[in-house]
Design a protein around this ligand. Structure first.
Ligand SMILES: O=c1ccn([C@@H]2O[C@H](COP(=O)(O)O)[C@@H](O)[C@H]2O)c(=O)[nH]1
Length: 243
């Protein structure tokens, strides 16, 4: 795990909120505690592209979680448009055609692509029901290796797979994990989860957290507590690596 990423920059807050005004109010409440925001489908379809541009212009890191997957020409052209927003990350589903097309669309920009391996709301039974002849771990590993070979910058996976995947992709592919649940918080629709500290200790580079922050009575305190957990896990991993 690269220890040079500041603990605060390892937390990505998912702005899964119904409108731009709600998102702006949340950003104001979180203030300087949060440096990295994720804008997904809900907020994008509610007019969030302008907010993404404003956040990037204000110096925040922006992650567009649009999970592109279409014919290659469409993915390439959509990626080229998104690259103009000034966002740092964009997700694409981990299928070879889409990953290659997204890389072509991002060419010449600073946009980094993250390939979604297997959604964190899926378990082995969900994959079987969808017609896959392999379980979550095998499919995550297969897609991770393909993504690395294609030149994708990072992966979306659950914290349960980071230790399996890191040796397969090497140190430079960023491992970004949703499915984060501080102890005692609602699991909701997530199936492959871990606490912030355990996820970092297991090798995640950055954590995506939505409802445990934005649904908390005090979102700023919830974010600060997660950053503190991340910082202690980073310190522990640093000590272990040195010993
Ligand atoms: O496999 C995936 C890919 C993306 N997500 C997104 O992350 C957040 C998680 O939100 P929580 O409220 O912390 O569950 C959400 O925006 C998802 O779209 C994911 O959960 N799993």
């Amino acid at each position: 795990m690269p220890t040079e990423i500041a603990p605060r920059d390892r937390l990505i807050v998912a702005l899964d909120l119904p409108g731009v005004a709600d998102a702006e109010a949340m950003i104001t409440r979180l203030g300087d505690r949060v440096t990295f925001y994720k804008i997904g489908m809900e907020l994008t379809y509610a007019g969030g592209l302008g907010l993404a541009e404003r956040l990037a212009a204000d110096g925040k890191h922006v992650f567009m979680d649009l999970k592109l997957h279409d014919i290659p020409t469409t993915v390439e052209r959509a990626t080229r448009q998104i690259a103009k927003l000034g966002a740092r990350f964009l997700t694409v589903h981990g299928f070879s055609q889409s990953m290659k097309a997204a890389l072509a669309g991002a060419d010449g920009s600073s946009l980094e692509l993250l390939a979604v391996t297997v959604m964190t709301s899926y378990d082995d039974a969900d994959l079987a029901a969808a017609g896959y002849a392999m379980g979550v771990k095998e499919l995550v590993a297969k897609r991770a290796v393909q993504a690395k070979e294609i030149g994708i910058h990072g992966l979306i996976l659950s914290p349960e797979e980071t230790q399996l995947v890191r040796p397969l992709v090497g140190p430079d592919v960023q491992l970004v994990t949703p499915g984060i649940r501080p102890a005692g918080s609602d699991v909701g629709d997530q199936k492959r989860i871990m606490t912030p500290a355990l996820a970092i200790a297991g090798g995640a580079d950055r954590l995506v957290v939505g409802r445990p922050v934005t649904g908390a009575a005090d979102p700023a305190a919830a974010a600060e507590a997660i950053v503190a957990d991340i910082a202690s896990a980073v310190a522990l991993v640093g000590k272990t690596n040195r010993s």
